[in-house]
Ligand binder design. Structure first.
Ligand SMILES: [Zn+2]
Length: 218
């Protein structure tokens, strides 16, 4: 009788892709990894992470995030927590109301062109204060006025939809930001058209911890 070891083929080692652009993941694999992390978050089964000198040494030599995310600055919507990811995994841009300014657009372009990220996420959230302000005080001045005017078209669109108004405005604002990325960035538009990146627009529910998909391109 042959022994088990003599007939068992050698298991090929999983290649370490952690130092490849985008961690070597396709856009589909990147989304899968993000959703796996979100599932751990919902199950309260987050990975135990320690920051050792070896970790710092690894990260000091370069960054290899597998996803980029434009989200709201709200203190309750930390992407690394919601998707249970570690240092160096997500390239995060946060600004109140997840609006698209030149700085945030350039950051997303950098993530794709220079870091090889293939998945971009725009994340709005339930009960967003910036969107609420655009509903209630749209005529603010100065920098706040600029921010609220960015959200104003989404508010106008949401008023045509079934209640509740704030939820609809948050959803429209996410879709508006995804559209704005495609309109204002020939680089990212081309990457989507070539099939090399995917952009998803999601809304995070503060109450349940769930995420909802509202738009996907690429
Ligand atoms: Zn917000």
């Amino acid at each position: 009788m042959p022994t088990e070891s003599s007939n068992t083929p050698e298991t090929p080692e999983t290649p370490d892709r952690s130092r490849e652009p985008g961690q070597g993941l396709t856009k589909e694999e990147a989304l899968h990894r993000l959703l796996e992390g979100h599932w751990r978050y919902l199950e309260n089964d987050r990975l135990q992470r320690t920051v050792t000198p070896q970790c710092r040494d690894f990260h000091s030599q370069g960054q290899y995030p597998f996803a980029a995310l434009l989200g709201c600055a709200d203190s309750r919507v930390s992407p690394e927590l919601i998707f249970d990811q570690g240092e160096g995994d997500i390239f995060v841009v946060r600004v109140a109301g997840n609006i698209l300014g030149n700085g945030s657009l350039a950051s997303l372009e950098y993530a794709v062109k220079n870091l090889g990220v293939k998945l971009l996420v725009v994340m709005g959230h339930e009960n967003c204060g910036a969107v609420k302000a655009a509903l209630t005080t749209p005529d603010a001045e100065g920098a706040m006025g600029f921010l609220l005017r960015e959200i104003a078209p989404s508010v106008a669109e949401a008023r045509l939809l079934p209640e509740p108004l704030l939820d609809r405005a948050v959803e429209c604002n996410v879709k508006h930001t995804v559209s704005a990325i495609l309109e204002r960035s020939p680089t990212l538009r081309s990457a989507v058209d070539e099939g090399s990146i995917r952009i998803v627009g999601i809304v995070y529910r503060l109450t349940s911890g769930d995420i909802e998909f509202h738009t996907t391109v690429g």
